[in-house]
Design a binder for this molecule. Structure first.
Ligand SMILES: [Cu+2]
Length: 143
């Protein structure tokens, strides 16, 4: 009796430790730089507290992009209602890994900032209304 009781206790302990390790691992993967963005129904990016939305990151850092997307007047067949594509300001070329599509509601992306400091621009890639062309914002990468 005491032996099987010990076994149960040990099994429980092992499970608890495994659970704690898993939680620790997941926690470690969550970047500390969190960007809260709204891609809104009026074809505008919005960031709370900023009159003109703008994102600033450090070169190569991990960021968590937390997005709330609200449907505009039109959207893609696949259900994407806004896009988010990062371009180099100097030549408008796309940055790999930063071509995102948003579905209605909340969603999160873990992204790695460009290695090269400089000026970038975010543009919407979904024709979300007649105002779509105006859906862009400044994005700065600091050294
Ligand atoms: Cu758009």
């Amino acid at each position: 009796m005491p032996i099987s009781g010990n076994r149960v206790a040990i099994r429980l302990l092992v499970r608890l430790l495994a659970g704690a390790l898993l939680v620790g691992k997941l926690w470690a993967q969550v970047p500390s730089h969190v960007i809260e963005l709204t891609a809104d129904r009026d074809s505008r990016y919005k960031i709370a507290g900023l009159r003109t939305p703008e994102i600033t990151v450090k070169a190569g850092e991990q960021v968590l992009l937390r997005v709330t997307a609200n449907r505009g007047k039109s959207w893609n067949r696949d259900g994407s209602i806004h896009g988010f594509s990062l371009l180099r300001a100097k030549d408008r070329t796309r940055v790999e890994g930063w071509d995102l599509l948003f579905k209605p509601g909340k969603q999160e992306f873990i992204l790695t900032a460009p290695a090269e400091p400089g000026e970038y621009v975010v543009v919407c890639t979904v024709i979300c209304s007649e105002e779509h062309e105006g859906m862009h914002m400044k994005f700065t990468v600091l050294p």
